[in-house]
Write a protein that binds this ligand. Sequence first.
Ligand SMILES: *Cc1c(COP(=O)(O)O)cnc(C)c1O
Length: 360
Amino acid sequence: MSHPEDLAPATIAVTSGRPEPTPGAPVNPPLVLTSTYVADGPTNYARVDQPTWTPFEEAVGALEGGEALVFSSGMAATAAVLSLFAHGAIVVAPAAAYNGVVVTLTERAARGDLEVRWVDVTDPDAVLAACQGADLLWLESPTNPLLDLADLPTLIRGAREAGVVVAVDNTFATPLLQRPLADGADLVVHSATKYLSGHSDVILGVVVAAPDEDGRLLREQLARHRTLHGAIAGPFETWLALRGLRTLAVRFERACANAAVIAERCAAHPAVRRTRYPGLGAMVSIEVGSIKRAEALAATTRLWSNSTSLGGVESQLERRRRQPGEPETTPDDLVRLSVGIEDVADLWADLEVALDALPT
Ligand SMILES: *Cc1c(COP(=O)(O)O)cnc(C)c1O
């Protein structure tokens, strides 16, 4: 496909990363299981490069408008980005970010590796003030699990003017809703475990670098980190993720439409104290008044799985603070809902029964 940038995302997701359509060629890329390759070819050893990575990287890169590298998990992708910065680097990050990122940054700051300036991403003036003299601005929008929105174009522009590298975790919005590289971000990170693969059967991560010379240099360093630290994706996981990515647009459209309905009904239900829904995406967080009520809700639903993670075809919920390391910015009665693609009337009926039955 010579000009994927002219195509709509739903088309890119289906058509990119396919073998050349020569007579007799398979229409899907093969799953290649090998650790090594016969000498003198383009590929030498499977920790460095794998043919099964390429089509997935092409597809995600085309969707985000940059050059992608697949990693063994979203956290491996995050660690690769942090590896770009020297000892003592200053990182600006959301206080209410994904807990794995908060724990990593907190521990590295405690060791004296990094200095972290925690910010509220809904306050652009404070974020940009914190960027002065910083090395990296790490952003999430919507945030996990408070679902706060950041003004990405403003933050990215301001941070870049201050000479700060900007990385955006785009897991919740997906490239269907926002493409931070087009706004000038240097790097986009995904937990491909979530919407990109979409079936809760894979752990995988991606970093996408901007399609300019700076991005190329960052991508080279990230690829070197991947090779030397061995944070590599398995070929089967990568192949499954590409298979899942083909249906991203229809899955995400349906999940987002369902989420809008669930959010509206939650907001009107007397058992729900507060509904957090940013008006986009397929995540909804509700606060139900106590830990006991939150646990009871999660334990009572039958269609909604009481399990962590998100972005699969099946609806899930969990009391988020049950996770070790979840920051205290998350209320302890908050139940995070990942709305799936089931029939929304069935989803609401199941949730409503559980909400009606909550202990007082
Ligand atoms: C799940 C998640 C991660 C971590 O990804 P893994 O694939 O679990 O390592 C990072 N960021 C966000 C927003 C997530 O939801």
